[in-house]
Design a protein. Structure first.
Length: 162
């Protein structure tokens, strides 16, 4: 089940993100390097973006995705994670999280979605390309924003073409 974020999910969301970043991918990113996840309401929702969680049948967080508004045109897709045991077509969790974000972004009238993803996360690169994202170089970013993993690839989706 996909739900809009509530602070009652805070600990589970942080655990999900840190587990996938550091245990699964070995990126080595601390909570301190991504303070946005300590206050999702302020860093995502209150500014005109949103944040969603995927829950399993026991009501536990098994996935997340966030949308940060940067300008009236540009938003950043962030914190798109699904626990390994819940990935794949048979679950469809990643797809449903992404569809919730895309639907929201279109309804809000945003024109570009950008994201950064660790170069090691090759599975996610395939997903992004499949749904229409194009890899771009950092110099072509339409906005300036910080991301913790310097060894990241940058992708952009033009919503006016989707």
């Amino acid at each position: 089940m996909i739900k809009i974020y509530d602070d009652k999910y805070k600990e589970e969301v942080i655990n999900l993100i840190l587990h996938i970043q550091n245990v699964e991918y070995g990126v080595g990113i601390s909570v301190e390097e991504q303070p946005d996840i300590l206050d999702i309401q302020s860093n995502y929702i209150n500014d005109g973006g949103n944040f969603w969680v995927a829950l399993n049948d026991n009501g536990e967080v098994v996935g997340s995705i966030g949308l940060q508004k940067k300008t009236n045109e540009v938003v950043v897709l962030k914190k798109f994670f699904v626990y390994k045991d819940y990935r794949g077509k048979e679950f469809g969790i990643g797809t449903r999280l992404y569809e919730a974000l895309l639907d929201f972004a279109k309804k809000q009238g945003f024109s570009k979605v950008i994201l950064d993803t660790p170069s090691k996360a090759t599975r996610s690169h395939g997903f992004y390309k499949k749904v229409g994202f194009k890899e771009i170089v950092k110099e072509n970013l339409p906005i300036k924003y910080d991301y913790p993993d310097r060894d990241s690839l940058i992708f952009q989706l033009d919503l006016s073409k989707n």
